[in-house]
Design a protein around this ligand. Sequence first.
Ligand SMILES: Cc1ncc(C[n+]2csc(CCOP(=O)(O)OP(=O)(O)O)c2C)c(N)n1
Length: 406
Amino acid sequence: MTVCGYPIARTSTIASPLKLHRPSINCRNQFYVRASASNTSSSDGEETKLMIKREEDGGWKIDFSGEKKPATPLLDTINYPAHMKNLSTQDLEQLAAELRADIVYTVSKIGGHLSSSLGVVELSVALHHVFNTPEDKIIWDVGHQAYPHKILTGRRSRMHTIRQTSGLAGFPKRDESVHDAFGAGHSSTSISAGLGMAVGRDLLGKSNHVISVIGDGAMTAGQAYEALNNSGYLDTNLIVVLNDNKQVSLPTATLDGPATPVGALSSALAKLQASTKFRKLREAAKQCLEAAEMLKSRDIAMTVADARFCKPLDTDLIRRLAKEHEFLITVEEGSIGGFGSHVSQFLGLNGLLDGNLKWRAMVLPDRYIDHGAPKDQMEEAGLTSKHISATVLSLLGKPKEAMQFK
Ligand SMILES: Cc1ncc(C[n+]2csc(CCOP(=O)(O)OP(=O)(O)O)c2C)c(N)n1
């Protein structure tokens, strides 16, 4: 293997595997990398990497199995957008191919939003080549497509921590990077957010660009249209990129034409929620079953009923549970005002709380819970099996025992 630095010339024919000395921003344009070795063998014991090849039709041959780490010689030199300013069009194409392969490889290990991120690889490279974040503001609608942006803005080495507690967020997050102009997760907000930033820029007399990137799916929401309408009225300088990939995460349309959004969505979700697999997976239900197991060892019998839907309420089931038990605890992965409130109103209106029944609700706290592993989020929300067991023990008048679970 050889890696050589030469003055001035740059080349796009980079062979791999190679060990690359990362040039500083200043000398980025003064080096080129030349390496020689076969695609799959390594003389110094480094992990074998897979070459990304350009095909005759101009496309790139990328391994989508995620099994082998791709060789990414050009991407390895890019830590921040400043490093890609002087790349030629040919280099940028290579960079996009390597970025795509890198995302496939990483997401195959950790899971996450793959297709939306793959869909904006070229767009992300182009935007970061043309514009200068963080001065210029790029706002990704929803934010589920921000993996390439994250990699190009200093976070590549932490991509494997995405969606883990204390790891990178799966969406843009302002306190994660100055390059994340707007934190989202909600769809259809990018144009109004961008418009606000553009108006703020004008008031401050600045000249930076503001770019909102919105997909055809997110464009279906009213807020996006309101923002467009307002942008036209205010006539400020705002760039809106419509990323129309004719794919929407929700079935508002198919390639054969429009589909009824609400009907199709609700029936698809209802089917999903009713499926045994999904119900097995539901975190709150799992926690209740675990709590029942924990309490069994203390000779406390607990019935776990999966109510499945907030509406329509299974009133026969609630009535039966209320009549046959001393305590009723509703547990939900939702905040106050949902299933538990609905049940309490039903119990109250039907006189079921006039006797000995004690009812408690366990809900998500009414505050923001940061991203993280589901198990840690449940812990923070106070909805784990330990919390449920503690609630039961408190109701039974055993506060000391309850404390052991907290
Ligand atoms: C307020 C709100 N409503 C709905 C959603 C659900 N949602 C997730 S992604 C998305 C739009 C995705 O379509 P598109 O913008 O075309 O992106 P693509 O699926 O092509 O990546 C929607 C509506 C959401 N995140 N926020």
